[in-house]
Design a protein around this ligand. Structure first.
Ligand SMILES: [Zn+2]
Ligand SMILES: [Zn+2]
Length: 403
């Protein structure tokens, strides 16, 4: 049986290894930031991170699970906990790394680098999984369906945010691609507004942006195609909306209700409407409270301070495809602060903050806290059992207000 002293010694080795790797890991973060790539096009990030892990002794499968920009980097054949650390690296259109996924890729690889020399002593199997397309498409949803987590006992990652938060609520998402079909006409000869696909889509936009929603619900979108020429009445227009709610069922129900209301709105417009989808369903995040607690303790040991969980409410809710992972494997998705305020995620100021000195420290601290949590799991079989027991709880939606 491993003792607490052993755990402290092992964490000391992790700390030494991450200190040695710090320059490399920070360089990875800055390199990713300087090469922002959109969902499923992250070829530079894929090669950069896969090469780094291969050079450190990992067995690397490129283009894993038939996803061009996914990879698996594996090390350790122990019979202890099988650990997946998720590395995100996609950016946003127009605003680059304004969600700071460069930190996620770098810190997850950093965790891998710092554990590489310990996996045999720990008896764990470690996979750093390159998970593309979090901001669109839903790369992890596809990877879950293709068995990427089938052997995993736990899945971990850390996401940058203005402040450290153990469990930020992540809502389920359904998307609606709304295509409105009208009738092409000469815009001067035909002065009727009927069968004008742009008029129809603007009505849809108004309906959805003014729709009453609960605290835990969201509906927001953009017009992606508004027509082709000002002198032609548009015959086809399109918009893309995300519909979010607290649970998978609530999101699906809300999306269905909105589809009905859109059809009613357009019933007398002379237009027809078609609904499709452009991304996977993102499931609600089932935070593993036990594993998240272990992560928090390791991050606090570095002097990091967390927002009290009781202060985390619906205003802190976003979504992540890590939700899909969390429904099949005990998972954590804590936020690590990069001192970006007043800038929040998806703002230009956040992209700037994602390569600040505070961000570089966050990359180091996240890498350490992930790796130290893996040490805890490896040396303490009671912890692994408690993680599994928490995963079996049936109230899949943890109410952060009560914790
Ligand atoms: Zn984002
Ligand atoms: Zn993000």
């Amino acid at each position: 049986m491993t003792t607490a002293t052993d755990a402290a010694a092992l964490k000391g080795r992790v700390a030494g290894a991450i200190a040695d790797a710090r320059a490399t890991v920070v360089e990875l973060s800055h390199d990713l930031h300087a090469h922002p790539e959109l969902a499923m096009q992250e070829r530079h990030a894929h090669d950069l991170l896969a090469d780094t892990l291969e050079q450190a002794g990992f067995a690397v499968t490129r283009h894993a699970h038939d996803v061009e920009t996914a990879f698996r980097a594996e090390i350790g054949t122990g019979a202890g906990p099988q650990v997946v650390v998720c590395a995100e690296y996609d950016a946003l259109p127009g605003i680059g790394h304004a969600c700071g996924h460069n930190l996620i890729g770098a810190s997850s690889v950093g965790a891998g680098l710092s554990l590489a020399g310990l996996v045999d002593d720990l008896g764990v199997g470690l996979c750093v999984l390159g998970t593309p397309a979090e901001e669109a498409v839903g790369g992890k949803a596809i990877l879950v369906e293709r068995g990427a987590f089938s052997r995993a006992d736990v899945a971990l990652m850390v996401h940058p945010a203005p402040l450290d938060i153990r469990e930020a609520p992540a809502l389920a998402v359904n998307d609606l691609v709304v295509t409105v079909h009208g009738k092409a006409a000469h815009a001067s000869l035909s002065r009727s507004r009927r069968a004008n696909a742009l008029e129809g889509l603007v009505e849809v936009y108004r309906l959805l942006s003014a729709h009453p929603l609960g605290d835990w619900e969201r509906c927001h979108g953009v017009i992606t195609h508004g027509g082709d020429a000002p002198n032609v009445v548009p015959e086809r227009t399109e918009g893309h909306w995300l519909v979010r709610a607290r649970t998978d069922v609530d999101a699906a129900t809300l999306a269905a209700m909105l589809r009905d209301e859109i059809e009613t709105t357009l019933a007398d417009s002379g237009c027809t409407v078609e609904f499709t989808s452009a991304m996977e369903v993102y499931r609600e995040m089932k935070h593993n409270h036990v594993l998240a607690g272990a992560y928090q303790a390791n991050a606090e040991a570095l002097g990091r301070e967390f927002v009290p969980q009781a202060l985390i409410g619906p205003e802190s809710a976003s979504s992540t495809d890590m939700g899909n992972v969390s429904q099949v494997v005990p998972s954590i998705h804590p936020m690590i602060g990069i001192d970006s305020l007043p800038a929040l995620n998806h703002q230009r100021g956040f992209a700037d903050a994602a390569v600040s000195a505070a961000a570089d420290t966050a990359v180091h601290d996240a890498a350490y806290a992930i790796a130290a949590t893996v040490v805890d799991l490896a040396v303490d079989s009671d912890l692994m059992a408690a993680v599994r027991a928490d995963f079996e709880r049936t109230d899949s939606v943890g109410d952060p207000l009560e914790r």
